[in-house]
Ligand binder design. Structure first.
Ligand code: NAP
Length: 281
């Protein structure tokens, strides 16, 4: 199967494969091979970012794969230090050039960076990019309910997606509820808790019961909650297993057990204060 078999419909009508391939922390020199491997195993959705410095490898993998452009959903993100209306337009062009594409499927503001107070005008720039047809859908990442409310109130344009840190030990139910209420799809980043959530005895027991891996149990939990997931791996067996999520189902009580793992502890930054520019010297 390919990840095209399981799609999530976004508010603007665009469909996105519910399982994508994450590329954070894949070194630029290794990215083409990792993404080619993922595409050959059936992934049809790749998540990158200007800040990961590996957009070129993603574009090269797409071209080497022999797949058609329309077959693969590509997301990239704006660096924090490139916020502001005009900066965002220029940064978007730079991303397209590194990817070697004439459009992306989804363009995201990577973090709100409230201390700079530029995310509203940046969001207006993304709306213009979408209107120009060079991003089929636009969204945000790491936006808390107050940031979502502000862009909606001040621009009238809602994001298609909010990509946020979600995994069993950090469920951000308040942010998920705000997204649901506004019709914004939730995309879970670090869906495996960067591997840490897979060490849980509870997860191991559920995996044994279904004859699957701990990673598959946790990713299936996301899918059954209606989240889009973008697990990252450079290991071929795990890349393959992370896409193979549709041959078993967690029961309501198993879902409730995993829901009970929330400790509200983040791996990544706190969006209310995170202000790293993401620009290398
Ligand atoms: N918007 C944002 O601010 C933001 C922040 C962080 C991440 N992201 C996106 O979300 C993607 C995923 O998040 P992430 O990379 O932070 O973490 P993740 O996908 O939760 O976990 C990746 C880690 O888990 C390991 N792993 C993967 N599959 C496994 C499996 N089945 N069993 C055991 N270990 C497994 C990987 O090691 P191996 O590679 O050795 O398999 C890697 O160390 C990123 O790549 C990026 O695209 C976005």
């Amino acid at each position: 199967m390919t990840s095209h078999d399981q799609l999530t419909q976004l508010a603007s009508g665009v469909t996105i494969p519910s399982v994508g391939f994450g590329t954070f922390q894949i070194p630029p020199a290794d990215t083409q091979a990792a993404v080619e491997s993922a595409l050959s195993m059936g992934y049809r959705h790749v998540d990158t970012a200007a800040a990961y410095n590996n957009e070129a490898g993603v574009g090269a993998a797409l071209r080497a794969s022999g797949l058609r452009r329309d077959d693969v959903f590509i997301t990239t993100k704006l660096r924090n230090g490139e916020q502001g209306h005009d900066n965002a337009l220029t940064a978007f062009d730079d991303s397209l050039e590194r990817l070697g594409l004439d459009h992306v499927d989804l363009y995201l503001i990577h973090w709100p960076v409230p201390s700079k107070d530029l995310y509203v005008e940046t969001w207006r720039a993304l709306a213009e990019i979408k209107a120009s047809g060079r991003a089929r859908a636009i969204g945000v990442s790491n936006f808390m309910p107050e940031h979502l409310t502000r862009i909606a109130d001040e621009t009238g344009v809602l994001p298609d997606v909010n990509q946020i840190e979600v995994h069993p030990t950090l469920q951000q139910r308040d942010v998920v509820a705000a997204c649901r209420e506004a019709g914004i799809a939730v995309e879970s980043y670090s869906p495996l808790g960067q591997g840490a959530d897979l060490q849980s005895e509870t997860v191991a027991e559920l995996a044994d019961g279904h004859g699957v891996t701990p990673g598959q149990v946790v990713l299936r939990w996301h899918i059954q909650h209606g989240f889009i997931v973008i697990p990252k791996s450079v290991n071929p067996d795990r890349i393959s297993a992370n896409l193979d999520l549709f041959r078993f189902e967690l029961t309501e009580s198993e879902m409730a057990t995993l829901d009970g793992m929330d400790t509200d502890e983040r791996i990544g930054g706190d969006p209310r204060v995170f202000d790293f520019s993401q620009i290398r010297d």
